[in-house]
Design a protein around this ligand. Sequence first.
Ligand SMILES: [Fe+2]
Length: 379
Amino acid sequence: MSCFYNPVKLKWGPEITKDLPEIITASDLNMKNVLILTGSKSLKKSGKLDIILKSLNDRRIFVCDGVPSNPEISELCGFKSETDKLNYDSIIAIGGGSVIDMGKCLAAFKNLQINGYSTLKRGIINKRHQNNSIDIPIVAIPTTAGTGSEVTSWATIWDKENNKKYSIESERLYPKIAIIDPTLTMDLPLQLTVSTALDALSHALEAYWSKRTNEIVRMYALMAIELIIKNLNNLIDNLNDLNLRTKIAQASLYAGLAFSNTKTTACHSISYPLTSKYNIPHGIATSMTLANFFNINKESIIDKDALLSAFDVEEISQIKNKINNIFLKSKIPFKLRDYNIKEEDFDSIIKRSFTPDRMNNNPVEVTRELLREVLKDIY
Ligand SMILES: [Fe+2]
């Protein structure tokens, strides 16, 4: 029996952020003391953050900025001790996936007495947040188009010292409302625009072939892939085109909805050591192996022709060029050697590539030998 579930209320459209006060008021959410989380300096610089803050002037607002990308447990610990003393009842997270993830992590541990790094780390490993104590509503306002965190129930937190990545997950961590305003993505630089869009492409493709896929997941995934393939190359040439930004924001949302029901597969699993140890941006690291896994998974993919047509190709062998052309056009390095990875590093990458709930979700079993072949191919 198939099932699709996503409880996030969606509001979207250019300039929709202006309606934030009305959107909150119309919801049943108790948001009197609001923690505003953000990381983006450009949002501040552009004056957009000020406009949002002014619009909320009938509420008590605590602003907490400087959320870093790919936040670590130690940074979560810092944000937690900084915000614990604030008596906030809700969170508005305005930023990329890392900001929204930080909002989820703070909400997850808000009511748990956890002092200090090691107890917080133990709490994350032992999933202490998975009780029913999370009662902080989150409103997510993404300023990038790709991570999908605004429609998922999990967050990523890194332990760079040990090159590990943890997932915080709970039904209670779905944002209550996601506000998708493509105008907020207008100032994104080329590399971030492309890497986040490729993250969305990975979410869509991996959701499509995931073991947990179903008809509705595949419908969203196909729409996302088609929008990205049709519009990303044009956007690379026209970063100020709001219409193209809107299409990619839409694609990111559809991809997010698709993988919110399946989680990701081998490509994301392999990406984690590439990001944590070699600093390859997340969406680049996940998309480097998409063409390889398309080929590896081909016999298990349902309605392969629909997928090929969304990519606007006739053969699986053409997928690699399609993705590599996006890298080449945006001058983003896409080989492991470009990121100072040596063949001697493969053993340690392979060792850290097996995140069970992602790798076991790949429709074809991935062995260490198979993974080595993939790494050689993208070397
Ligand atoms: Fe991702």
